[in-house]
Design a protein around this ligand. Sequence first.
Ligand SMILES: N[C@@H](CCC(=O)N[C@@H](CSS)C(=O)NCC(=O)O)C(=O)O
Length: 321
Amino acid sequence: MAVPLVKTSVSVLRSGSFLRSATISHFVARSLCAVTCPSNTLCWNCAKSQFQPQKSNLLSKSALLRRNWNCVSIGTKKMSDFTGKGKDYIFRQLLDYKSFTYTYLLADPVSKEAVLIDPVYELVERDLNLVKALGLDLKFAINTHVHADHITGTGDIKKRVPSCKSVITEVSGASADVKTKDGTKLEFGKFSLEVARTPGHTNGCCTYVWREKGMAFTGDTLLIRGCGRTDFQEGDAATLYESVHTKIFTLPPDFSLYPAHDYTGQTVTTVAEEKAFNPRLTKSKEAFVEIMGNLNLPYPKQIDRALPANLVCGVFDEPPK
Ligand SMILES: N[C@@H](CCC(=O)N[C@@H](CSS)C(=O)NCC(=O)O)C(=O)O
């Protein structure tokens, strides 16, 4: 008996028609939430507060929207559409096409808590628009390290979202609200990101491991079929080699690896893939050190303005020229 009742109610909401039911019982409210929301528990709590049992309802679509419902939603605005079919998390990979930096948005759609990894100063508006559109609550703006090629967006994000905390490793020497150590866990909703120190590109570099979802965000330590350069900012090739082999290649082989940059249009790799095919890191440590000593890359164009700005996690009055 419950199924047709629920289907009818949902289609009424989706069609945008008036919700004309004179009485909505707890039973109907709960059934609606179970159909339209990722979390039954949250929806039940929400339903209890949103639906007044035995109370008459005659609400227009706009009135329903004004109530800012978390669970029962109208048209396309429901959390399960945002996550993607069958997913209990939000994950977005965003590109800065100037510095080829990837920014990552991760979130728990039930609690709405979210984190941004490696936001870029010029693209803060884009990132926060997405956070807002998805109805998320940004808890942490995280840096994998003190970048040399672009200015971090974490300072500007803090200005616009005062409750959001900036994050970087303690050993980076940069100022931030949260300074992490190896093993620190950054919790957002039902998830957590584990900090694994992976020095070598810079001394303060780390990889954020999202164990629940089999993902790791490697910053500039490991790039797809490559790795971060080691010729400035306390870079050290032998240290980077050790970091990758002890902290990244020891993750389960099917873990997805997401770098801070890609210069060839690739987006993701896996532990197994890099262990098999990385042209630098499959070599011996000695051969690797030799390769890194002969890269002869030009310095990043923005290094002189990026380093001082990033040492204060992007907190400044005027962006450096
Ligand atoms: N041309 C870019 C800088 C490119 C660069 O040096 N990338 C770094 C990461 S950002 S410091 C790197 O480690 N590259 C490794 C490699 O093998 O390419 C610019 O001017 O910004």
